[in-house]
Design a binder for this molecule. Structure first.
Ligand code: TYM
Length: 341
């Protein structure tokens, strides 16, 4: 049985973000900014607030509602056009959960046990983690494959989940002797596929880090952005002449990557322009750049949050468009599997 070539399917992008806390600069550079860049003529684009994923750990209902709308405001403020892209929250498109169940029956326990994100999130007390947290990657595969998506832009930390998505598609196709689900391509590109904590270059920037100084939030104002960058951990050396010189300097490398991603260049170009500079010079340049790029997004998010009804209307319309794609694919899946309909 040969793999379904992605080219046999409509070029379609899907990606999702959990509304389980504020958006960070990591989410922006690793995901949302890339989502905006992929909008256009070559792909249909579907972007999702994965609220069903968020509840794999307990969420206060009022906070979840607010976070979902705020995430939608973040997508819009960053440049997602709700006409060009389909913008949805996962729970309004029930086909995700329906295909998720089917994939829970395809994925193997052994595959799921290898997922490093489960180990990280469940921590030492895995017995107390929800079953949903363990089964989460099967639902993630369904998010993607319910649209026969061919390309999925994500940050580096989602790579293993996308490999599992391909394994699930291949096993389904093999078990039922069909060529039905595509082999989705992960798109992990750009200068900042793994933005690190501003306090510790060995840790990923994350919304769950207890220290707010470790991350830039997309809702931070200019003063907060400036303060966090000025206080970011660095080392006493100036920036080197070549990228190689940053090999054992994770904090310095992180700031260079952030600069490159925000200015739409590469880390090599940033080094070429700033070689020999001390952080006393480089950090203020990064502050100016970050405030220039991020402050308009945060103020637009605040403006959009004043009209939650408009956000809800965009999500309702998105759900309708998404279901028009997802429902026939679910129906065909049921037929393949042998459900009487
Ligand atoms: P989530 O909500 O943790 O993160 C959303 C996106 O942001 C990226 N990201 C980062 N990129 C670079 N540096 C960082 N420090 C950083 N932190 C987060 C993530 O890689 C991701 O692209 N399981 C997913 C959500 C999901 C999904 C999907 C994604 C559910 N279904 C289907 C793609 C397709 C998650 O928890 O992402």
């Amino acid at each position: 049985m040969t793999e379904a070539p992605a080219s046999a399917f409509t070029p379609r992008v899907f990606s999702g973000i959990q509304p389980s806390g504020g958006l960070t600069l990591g989410n922006y550079l690793g995901a949302i900014k890339r989502f905006v860049e992929m909008q256009g003529d070559s792909f249909e684009t579907i972007y999702c607030m994965v609220d069903l994923h968020a509840i794999t750990t307990w969420q206060d209902p009022a906070v979840l509602r607010r976070n979902t709308r705020e995430l939608c405001a973040g997508f819009l403020a960053a440049g997602i056009d709700p006409e060009q892209s389909v913008l949805i929250n996962q729970s309004q498109v029930p086909e995700h959960a329906q295909l998720g169940w089917m994939f829970s029956c395809v994925a193997r326990m052994g595959w799921m046990k290898r997922m490093t994100q489960f180990k990280d999130k469940a921590g030492k007390n895995a017995e107390a983690a929800s079953l949903g947290l363990f089964g989460y990657p099967a639902l993630m595969a369904a998010d993607i494959l319910i649209y026969h998506a061919t390309h999925v832009p994500v940050g580096e930390d989602q790579k293993q989940h996308l490999e599992l998505t391909r394994d699930i598609a291949a096993k389904f196709n093999h078990d039922y002797g069909v060529d039905f689900f595509p082999m989705t391509e992960p798109v992990i590109e750009g200068a900042a596929t793994r933005v690190m904590s501003l306090r510790d270059g060995a840790k990923k920037m994350s919304k769950s880090d207890p220290s707010d100084m470790s991350r830039i939030n997309m809702t931070d104002d200019a003063d907060a952005i400036a303060k966090k960058i000025r206080k970011a951990k660095t080392d006493p050396e100036p920036l080197p002449e070549t990228l190689d010189g940053l090999k054992d300097r994770p904090e310095a490398r992180n700031l260079v990557n952030i600069y490159a991603a925000l200015s739409d260049t590469t880390a090599e170009q940033v080094i070429a322009e700033h070689a020999g500079q001390q952080f006393g010079t480089f950090k203020p340049a990064l502050v100016d750049l970050a405030v220039d790029r991020l402050a308009p997004i945060s103020s637009e998010m605040a403006r959009l949050m004043e009209a939650p009804d408009e956000i809800d209307a965009i999500l309702a319309r998105g759900a309708e468009r998404a279901r028009a794609i997802a429902a026939p694919i679910l129906k065909q899946t049921y037929e393949i599997v042998g459900m009487v309909g």
